[in-house]
Design a protein. Structure first.
Length: 178
């Protein structure tokens, strides 16, 4: 059975069962105990708290898989922090989506432990988390497995090398479930 919660950014949208996007994203990352899968169009300086939480998850032993649209073109402190996490942590897989046809990765998805997924329109930015009008959902059902598998596939295809001149060599060992 699907458990679905509506999420929003924007003060006029919260309440009556609608939860704030940023608090749910933070809570979902903090509660992850085995793995986090994430797709992001962009992570700006205003989204550094999310990057910090991913770093904290790695320190707890959580496997993190993140695919970002053209991370090398993203620039700024978030891009530098993500590339640093990629170099320092074997359990971190960073993918940099680059479509030769010019398409963008525009999805915003977060999956924790293949049990909970946040899907919505908010970028990982100050405005996406607090300034814009954004809508999303928190889903808790079996579809979270499929989402995580899709993100794993994208991360394999677009893996950023761990070392200059190296391969992405992602840690594909799934966290033990159960």
């Amino acid at each position: 059975m699907t458990n679905l919660t509506i999420l929003a950014t924007g003060p006029d949208l919260l309440g009556d069962g609608v939860r704030g996007t940023e608090p749910v994203v933070r809570e979902t990352i903090r509660r992850a105990s085995r793995e986090i899968h994430m797709l992001a169009y962009s992570i700006s300086a205003g989204g550094m708290r999310i990057v910090d939480l991913l770093g904290e998850a790695l320190e707890r032993g959580v496997r993190v898989v993140l695919v970002v649209n053209r991370v090398h073109e993203m620039g700024g402190p978030a891009a530098h922090a993500l590339l640093d996490l990629n170099r320092r942590h074997d359990r971190f897989t960073l993918g940099s989506f680059a479509d030769p046809g010019g398409g963008d990765l525009h999805a915003k998805v977060l999956v924790a432990d293949r049990e909970a997924a946040v899907i919505g329109s908010a970028n990982m930015s100050r405005r996406g988390m607090a300034g814009n009008i954004e809508i999303g959902v928190l889903i808790r059902d079996g579809s979270c497995w499929k989402l995580a598998d899709m993100i794993d596939g994208m991360a394999d295809r677009f893996a950023v090398p761990k070392r200059p001149g190296g391969t992405g060599a992602p840690d594909r060992r799934r966290a033990r479930v159960g």
